[in-house]
Design a protein around this ligand. Structure first.
Ligand code: BGC
Length: 759
């Protein structure tokens, strides 16, 4: 529908109808306005498969229509493949069309601040470049089918503990570089139709009513044109939400908040507390119309694209398996894998029969079929199965003896272990990184009787691995969707070459993790004290050893990196730089390699991470084949967020480009000099003398001030070096009035400074 028609429609709506449009009809639909022909559209979870409830008003879990459960975000991110993410998105989009849904509530792309967040399986990475790009891929895929998306949860929803009230104290820099960046990339690149705001507060404001977040940054800076909906039950002060740019409250508030909007419009202050000093608890029609206009645009455009098509769920099971195959991460392999077809293996662990392939909570999909590791492995080997542990009682070690017996005389042993369902979920966080004691004891005892043990891990987030040195191989399968077991068996028996790499660091122990000292805060606030040092940015800066580094993943083949070439030795901050390298498959298997590019700022002007991921590419190489990979870097690849200027800034100086196979396996480096225009600080009486001297117009003013005190520049600074620091440099300019004997008045000083700040 055209803009002018939307405006016409809006003009015919009563204020009550307008208010009504801004909240759900029930759990999953928008409100129709029949008399004006405004239809209703439907949305449903979620990020890795649909959960369309059988009843529109049912906001509970369970009772949803069958759909395909694809690999969860925790695994999909390990593909480092935007196209693959788009493929998954497209398949989800096809199912949404079949089930007559207009919006899919996903993807989730909050940053993994701690490995303990219960919902990490629904999120991609600790790094915003990886997370943002994979999210963009999924959105492109879903939207290519004419289905809308709701990128969630905006923003910084990195813990489940107290998620409905927690106030996250986060520096502007950490928000911009890490937590918001993960959203900025997909918002700009993939243009999602909607965003879902987070439950939590950021620096005092609920995300559902933060004008700074929903309007200033999202719409005005990033150019977002879609709607923002609330997370389910995230609304506090509804009129303030309208003022801030929260278009849709979900689910229905049974009319309660619609009335609050009407009341605020009529100038009657709502009983709700305003949290924004600019918001007086009343709303103008213009403010309400802005939300309504966006809602009408979305409803009509999604309704026009409505095209219910049958989809082939069987083929989606195969797609889910293909995707999982491109994602699983071979963490360790001491000449055990791939296993030979026809070998005698023991398959141990109840998860081989009852696989854990998805997480609990709103993302849980009702599936029609699930591949089981035991059945899949049987296709390639002579198998003896032993239960090993009980999923119902994680302390029961009575099943270990039988497993040890089964393991003894086998060519190899495959242990399927990991986190049972009650260890992690939406709604709570873990308190430790351990897998059940019974799994650990089992691995310990079995590895004593057989050298050829491979542990396959099924878990939504990193676990401690006290067995890491006792077993020959470890395959990280994460929560791999309904067909994950098929991928697992194909990788174990060399039908597929593993090509996933970790999207997060596996720490040695929880005490090493960046947020350890202020994980979930108290009941009300949590302090993001580690700032920008999240994930590998933390471990590298602190020089902490890790179990498996960010970006790590093995292959059955080997790759040689050569010929790093940067397009220029020296560039200005606004130039586009290209970096080329060659990668050759030097092993015996065809395979895919993920090439990672990190940037390091060698100047020490600002505290920065050792290096940061800025680009990556996954390439397929046949044995002996060589390809050139080309990356482009723009200003942002070198910039940091400056809390003083509230802007992205680039340090002039040398930057090192690292290209490698993981964050800890850098194969090639080279340097480039970047010339940047320094941002000029506003000089006030509270600026230091050094700030004044360093300002581009400051030198003459500094000399003038010195002259007033009867000093020459040469006397104060022995040589002519601008960088030569004396104790005078740390005086603030106000000190020149009070401390040094009334030779300079405040008005005279202000005049000097006004001149400096001109231009
Ligand atoms: C979750 C969202 C989900 C919504 C609807 C909320 O509790 O945080 O991710 O989309 O429920 O199920």
């Amino acid at each position: 529908m055209k803009k002018k028609d939307i405006k016409k429609l809006l003009a015919q709506m009563t204020i009550e109808e307008k208010a009504g449009l801004l909240s759900g009809l029930d759990g999953w639909h928008t409100k129709p306005v029949d008399r004006l022909g405004i239809p209703s559209i439907m949305m449903a979870d979620g990020p890795h498969g649909l959960r369309k409830q059988r009843l529109g008003n049912d906001v509970g879990l369970g009772n949803s229509y069958e759909a395909t459960c694809f690999p969860t975000a925790s695994l999909l991110a390990c593909s480092w493949d935007k196209e693959l993410a788009a493929k998954q998105g497209q398949a989800i989009g096809e199912e949404a069309s079949d089930q007559d849904l207009q919006i899919v509530l996903g993807p989730g792309n909050n940053i993994k601040r701690s490995p303990l967040c219960g919902r990490n399986f629904e999120y991609f990475s600790e790094d915003p470049c990886l997370s943002g790009n994979i999210a963009a891929g999924i959105i492109n895929g879903i939207q290519s089918e004419g289905i809308g998306t709701a990128l969630k949860h905006f923003a910084a929803n990195s813990q489940e503990a107290n998620r409905l009230v927690i106030d996250e104290r986060i520096s502007e820099r950490a928000l911009r570089e890490i937590y918001l960046r993960s959203f900025e990339i997909p918002v700009k690149e993939a243009k999602p139709t909607s965003l879902m705001c987070a439950y939590n507060k950021i620096n005092g404001d609920y995300c559902s009513q933060s004008k700074w977040l929903l309007t200033d940054i999202l719409r005005e800076e990033w150019g977002f044109k879609g709607i923002v909906m609330s997370d389910w039950g995230a609304v506090d002060n509804r009129p303030q939400g309208v003022y801030a740019g929260l278009d849709l409250e979900m689910p229905s508030s049974f009319g309660i908040n619609d009335k609050e909007i009407v009341k605020a419009y009529k100038g009657k202050k709502t009983a709700m507390k305003s949290h924004d000093k600019h918001f007086d608890n009343t709303l103008s029609e213009k403010e309400i119309d802005a939300c309504c206009e966006r809602m009408l645009k979305l409803i009509f455009s999604q309704n026009e694209k409505r095209n219910v098509r049958k989809c082939d769920y069987k083929s989606h099971h195969e797609i889910a398996a293909e995707i999982a195959k491109e994602c699983m991460v071979l963490l360790k392999n001491e000449k055990l894998l791939p296993l030979k077809e026809g070998t005698k293996v023991a398959v141990i662990g109840e998860m081989a029969k009852k696989p854990r392939f998805q997480g609990s909570g709103s993302s849980q999909v009702t599936v029609s079929t699930v591949s089981k590791p035991l059945d899949e492995i049987k296709k390639y080997a002579e198998v003896e199965y032993a239960q090993g542990y009980s999923l119902d009682d994680d302390k029961d070690t009575s099943k270990i003896a039988k497993a040890v017996k089964a393991a003894k005389d086998k060519d190899a042993v495959i242990i399927i272990a990991g986190l049972p369902d009650n260890y992690e979920s939406e709604g709570f966080d873990r308190s430790h990184m351990n897998i059940p004691e019974s799994h650990l004891r089992l691995i310990e005892k079995v590895s004593k009787v057989n050298k050829n043990v491979v542990v396959v891990l099924c878990n939504g987030s990193p676990v401690a691995m006290p067995f890491v040195n006792d077993v020959s191989a470890i395959l990280e399968a994460y929560l791999s969707g309904q067909a994950g077991a098929k991928a697992m068996a194909e990788i174990l028996f060399g039908k597929a070459n593993p090509c996933g790499k970790l999207a997060e660091t596996f720490p040695m122990k929880i005490e090493d993790t960046p947020s350890y000292l202020d994980r979930w805060g108290n009941e009300k606030t949590v302090n993001y004290g580690e700032g920008i040092f999240v994930g590998y940015r933390w471990y590298e800066k602190r020089k902490l050893p890790v179990l498996f580094p960010f970006g790590h993943g093995l292959s059955y083949t080997t790759f040689k990196y050569s010929d790093l070439e940067i397009s220029t030795d020296e560039a200005s901050e606004n130039d586009i730089i290209t970096v080329k390298i060659k990668v050759k498959n030097t092993g015996k298997y065809d395979g895919k390699e993920i090439v990672q590019l990190y940037v390091e700022d060698l100047s020490d002007n600002v505290m920065r991470p050792v290096k940061e991921l800025k680009a990556f590419e996954k390439i397929m190489l046949l044995t002996g084949e060589e390809k050139t990979v080309e990356f482009t870097l723009d200003r942002r690849a070198f910039a940091y967020w400056d809390d003083i200027h509230h802007d992205w800034c680039v340090n002039s100086g040398t930057f090192r480009i690292h290209v490698g196979a993981s964050s800890a396996d850098i194969r090639l480096t080279d340097e480039i000099k970047i010339n940047a225009e320094p941002k000029q600080k506003k000089i006030t009486i509270y600026s230091t003398f050094r700030d004044l001297r360093m300002h581009k117009n400051g030198e003459a003013a500094a000399e003038e001030i010195l002259r007033i005190f009867g000093k020459s520049k040469e006397e104060v600074y022995s040589d002519d070096e601008k960088d030569n620091i004396t104790s005078l440099d740390w005086c603030i300019l106000r000190n020149f009035i009070t401390m040094f004997g009334m030779k300079l008045s405040i008005s005279k000083l202000q005049k000097i400074l006004d001149k400096v700040n001109e231009e």
